[in-house]
Design a protein around this ligand. Sequence first.
Ligand code: ZN
Length: 442
Amino acid sequence: MPYATIGEILSRVDRRSPCPPGQFPDFDPENLKAWAYFIHVYLDFSQGTGWFASPVATRTMEWPSFLPRYNEGSGRVDDPPLLARLSHLEELRKILDYISYCMRVWRIKPVIIPGSTTILGFSIDSDDAYNGCFQRAKDACDVAWEKVMSYSARRLYPYADPWERPGGPNVVASGDREEGEDVAFILPDITLLYLEANQEWQQVFGDIGSGNIEIQAGYRTQNWQRRVSRARQSAHVAGAAIDALPPQVFMDCFPFQEDNYGKRISIGYLCWLFRRAAQNSPYFREIVVLNRGQPNETRVPRIPKTLCEPGTAHISFGWLLHAVGSRDVRQDVLPSVTRPYPVDANDPDAGTDVPTSRTRDEFQGPGQLNHLWDVFDPTQYATLNFGAISNQPDYSGGISARWLASYISEALNNRGWDFGRLIRQHHVDRLNNQDARIGQID
Ligand SMILES: [Zn+2]
């Protein structure tokens, strides 16, 4: 039952006995009033006051300050507070964090004292009431994640490589379709980071080809993953990774085409660029990691894992999904589209969910850029050893803007290579002044 307006939602969805969350109106994910009401009805009646306190869930999280509140008196959702606008994707990420937090609170079953036990403002007077409410919250959590991930996947559609799947489904989506629609779910962190990294790319190479970093692959259903890869586990299946390359004309104009110089240099550079974009961005500060063997919370920078593969730059936030705690917690706070999610390798109940060693490493955290090419050595101009940055099994290398600027400069000025007049001196100058160069390289 689609609702056109927030007014209709308020008039038709009874907050005491709402329809199942899956049938909740297909509201615009950018509509903050609709989000506020959805969270109010399904996950958190209290909106930040009188929370169920648990000795385990010691961390509290405030109702997201940019979200309007449900006003009991008027029976309406207030207007959004006047705040500096975040990007929509950042708002959506914060909403997901809040929903995950609510789920962590919900999953701790209280000792029920009729008349006085409440969880997030819902009164719980029996086991049945608890189980029913928890299930409703889980369903709502799933709907919320899918809505956000579907929206953020579609934000990437315009940047798909036009040659990758001509006439077919968008390559950001899986190859599978449902009711004529491409099936696609991507973490908002990936989309937000892509847009930031692409802005950096545009500032330097925006005048070449499409001017964008092009996406080769995004979300894959499990079914599609089996068709395109031997690896059973992949961050693509969780909507937590994209593969990216520069425009083909950019890669084609490098020397030593027979050794794939253009493509392999580009891939190394993108792996560095996506990490630097995250390091520089105000949106990717840090994430609190719980239950990873440490008694206390740890704060980890929100940087992607990058894989400098021979054929593509694989950019992954799969570790963010793994960072939300133990397997049981993940099961509750993550949506079904991110499963089968990776599990702890030493978990005796892990069974066949255990990813291969390579993907497991990808789910542990961003790690470091090993084998970073930062200072270019002109004597290696014709004999670059890409195995050093794209080494099996971890593919953890990268190429900095400084190295790339020196390489292009060497080709233009000392080797008589003109890059088909596509890459020129002004690109070298822009690389040397690139925002992404500010700060320390990790
Ligand atoms: Zn990939």
